[in-house]
Ligand binder design. Structure first.
Ligand code: TXA
Ligand code: MG
Length: 336
């Protein structure tokens, strides 16, 4: 259970982090820990999430501390199905149509909070809206069903760092700070969910992700409006800070000429000038964006681990799933 021990040097107490198998026993143990207020990382189809009982403000406070996440950044609440999600959020016609088409799947809907939802204020960072998602992953859904509570789950990385697509990434960032990781292997989408706000007024795309803008348009009849609304307005997705997904190394984008000592991230058959023995990985040699999304965060971590001062990234097209990939790369490259 949550064993508060010696300090980790910040406000997160030391916890012994169990590695749980993604079988019935591991899922039962993960659910038991979550119900007891623990912090349990688990696989989804996008990235690993760090779960906590969304109705338990003490557990949610511990989750923010374990990630080092600012408390103004609300969490996505995960549910096993649409009917459960409707206990926590009010779905208008657009939200219902999107949920019916894309759930379970890599889509988060930001909707008005339902009266009587037991999700605590802290999980929503005090907003009167809530981000809801039904993941398309057998282990995630079994864990959610067994827990029987709405589970808040941000990506299971230290705040601002690269999102985890395998259990080893979670251990690298959060060992000793969380109670368990359910190891379900590599994730199948690789970038986080698309976040769409249905708050009355035009449907807005807050974060590109696993469901593309074109996919959304097939349901909405037109592509969603972009971004956070008018400049100066309170941002709708307070977590979308410019600098994010940051490896230790600097990141340079759209590179047509590599510098000595850089590590190189390629896409497709394009070869920048100056390639000469640098560490290099290819997101997808055949230029497939779905494959590139799956590889993105793991390859950023691997190139970072070479110790190179900078990672040079070849051009990636910003179409379809490429919009989410380029979004994450731009945040990784943003000034810190
Ligand atoms: O694929 C995913 O979405 C993963 C997996 C684990 O489900 N989760 C994830 O969570 O990416 P996180 O915390 O890294 O990103 C959640 C984003 C943040 O940018 C946050 O600001 C936004 O969702 N968000 C959550 N609730 C919101 C709300 N009520 N209004 C606006 N934005 C919200
Ligand atoms: Mg995240």
């Amino acid at each position: 259970m949550t064993s508060a021990g010696p300090s980790t040097g910040d406000d997160a107490p030391q916890r012994a982090t169990l590695r749980l198998p993604a079988d019935a026993a591991g899922i039962a143990e993960g659910a038991r820990l979550l119900r007891g207020g623990g912090l349990v990382a688990f696989p989804t189809e996008t990235v690993y999430g760090l779960g906590a009982d969304a109705t338990d403000a003490v557990a949610i406070a511990a989750l923010y501390a374990a990630k080092g996440r600012p408390r103004f950044n609300p969490l996505i609440v995960h549910c096993p199905d649409l009917a459960t999600a409707q206990r926590h959020g009010v779905f208008d016609a657009a939200a219902l149509a999107l949920a019916r088409r894309f759930w379970p799947g890599p889509l988060t809907l930001v909707v008005p909070l339902a009266p009587g939802s037991p999700v605590c204020d802290l999980a929503r960072a005090g907003l009167d809206s809530i981000g809801l998602r039904v993941p398309d992953h057998a282990v995630a859904r079994a864990l959610l069903a067994a827990t029987g509570r709405p589970v808040a789950a941000p990506s299971a990385n230290r705040s601002g760092r690269v999102s985890p697509t395998e259990a080893a990434h979670v251990h690298a960032d959060l060992d000793g700070r969380i109670d368990a990781v359910v190891d379900g292997g590599r994730t199948s989408v690789g970038v986080e969910s698309t976040i769409v706000a249905c708050l009355g007024g035009p449907v807005r795309l807050l974060r590109p992700g696993g469901v593309t803008r074109q996919d959304l348009a097939t349901v909405l009849g037109a592509p969603p409006a972009s971004g956070d609304g008018d400049p100066g307005e309170t941002p709708l997705a307070p977590g979308l800070l410019a600098s994010h997904y940051a490896p230790r190394a600097a990141v340079r984008l759209d590179v047509r000429e590599v510098r000595p000592g850089e590590a190189v991230l390629l896409f497709g058959s394009f070869r920048p000038a100056g390639l000469d023995g640098q560490a290099r990985l290819n997101l997808s040699p055949r230029g497939d964006l779905a494959e590139a999304a799956v590889n993105l965060f793991g390859m950023l971590r691997a190139l970072d681990a070479t110790g190179a001062a900078a990672i040079a990234v070849a051009p990636v097209p910003a179409e379809g799933l490429g919009e989410a990939i380029v979004d994450r790369l731009q945040r990784a490259a943003a000034p810190r």
